[in-house]
Ligand binder design. Structure first.
Ligand code: PMP
Length: 363
């Protein structure tokens, strides 16, 4: 959709990336790292000062200690973290439970290593988790459950009860968990992010994945990290050693500088909550229904009062004729299920949001 947006000179609310700049402090930190000569391969696990800072941050906000030496790996973005984690534990014939709508990199990675995806739908329209369905899908072949909170594209967040149920369902089994928490610092209305790291038993069977790209407005820097107990980290690194080996060194030093001040990540939720509220207010008179976004930098728009077209046709037409690009939600379902919903990204300058709202309000 981004390519189509470019071709048609459309306002681009499709792909999830900010159209504003990151902080000067972060840019300077990167520049300093480059100019100071931190330009060669770093250690496979990531530079130690950054791993120590990640460990300290995790302990501070989720109360769990991850050993920087044996339980934390810095990687070139969450996508490769997810791919690597899947490839380190899924064998041919293993079943992996995927909650749909699902971020698009889960299914191909499972299929590439011969795993079988088993699908559970999040409950429309809140996109909360249907635990009864998940329970019914668990078999002795279930190897992995992939969860994601705050959720892209559903914009829902897990609550304390979700963690309790997940723990009950997996206790005494060999099921592992990948918890995609790239939007951990973008959660609204004073809710607390329910990281897997909060729960002792769950943490023992989980890969917890985060991405600095989202937190610090630099998706193009592709830097993230994985928290996992030692045995899982060992397996993870066996694959990672050969599919990437290490991560862009200067960015690691730059993020380490940022992590020294907790305000740099604590302030992100408030920043995006204002954007969410602004977009909702701008669309209040439109014929689109704005679904509640509890986290992430996305919102879902119900267009059923505007058009009968499929979400794919409608999104294409909006891009080409009305010059606004969005993502049809059906693209996040393996069977292309259509709920007449479009996903928009509000990680944009206020001016971009106003421009977009003008177009949407005219429909
Ligand atoms: N998971 C989710 C839910 C995402 O939205 C994204 C980015 N769009 C990723 C993973 C990938 O993050 P990264 O850019 O760090 O690879």
């Amino acid at each position: 959709m981004s390519a189509l947006a470019k071709q048609n000179d459309a306002v681009n609310l499709s792909q999830g990336f900010p159209d504003f700049e990151c902080s000067i402090k972060l840019k300077e930190a990167l520049q300093n790292a480059v100019m100071s000569g931190f330009n060669q391969y770093g250690p496979m696990q990531g530079i130690m000062p950054l791993r120590e800072s990640i460990s300290a941050k995790t302990q501070k906000i989720y109360g769990r200690f991850y050993n920087p030496d044996t339980e934390i790996t810095v990687v070139p973005g969450a996508t490769i973290a997810i791919f690597t984690a899947i490839h380190s534990v899924v064998n041919p014939g293993d079943e992996v439970i995927i909650l749909e709508p699902a971020y698009d990199c889960y299914i191909p990675a499972v299929e590439l290593c011969g795993g079988k995806c088993v699908f559970s739908s999040l409950v429309y329209p809140t996109f909360s988790i249907n635990w009864a369905e998940i329970k019914s899908l668990i078999t002795n072949k279930t190897r992995l459950i992939i969860i994601n909170s705050p959720h892209n594209p559903g914009t829902s967040v897990m609550n304390e009860n979700d963690l309790i149920i997940l723990n009950e369902l997996t206790r005494g089994t060999n099921i592992l968990i990948i918890s995609d928490e790239v939007y951990e610092h973008i959660i609204f209305d004073n809710k607390t992010h329910q990281s897997i790291a909060l729960n002792e038993e769950l943490a023992q069977r989980s890969f917890v994945i985060s991405s600095f790209g989202k937190t610090y407005h630099v998706t193009g820097w592709k830097t993230g990290y994985v928290l996992a107990p030692e045995a899982l980290t060992r397996e993870f690194r066996k694959v990672y050693q050969y599919n990437a080996f290490c991560t862009f060194t200067p960015a690691q030093w730059a993020f380490n500088t940022m992590l020294q001040e907790e305000e740099t990540y604590i302030s992100v939720s408030g920043f995006y909550q204002k954007k969410r509220d602004k977009m909702k207010a701008l669309l209040s008179e439109s014929r689109f229904k704005v679904l509640h976004s509890a986290g992430s930098y996305f919102q879902l728009l119900d267009y059923s009062d505007v058009s009968d077209e499929s979400d794919y046709q409608f999104a294409r037409r909006l891009t080409i004729e009305n010059k606004i690009a969005t993502i049809p939600l059906s693209s996040f379902f393996h069977n292309k299920k259509d709920h007449k919903l479009l996903r928009i990204c509000f990680a944009k300058e206020d001016e971009t949001l106003e421009k977009a709202a003008n177009i949407l309000n005219s429909l």
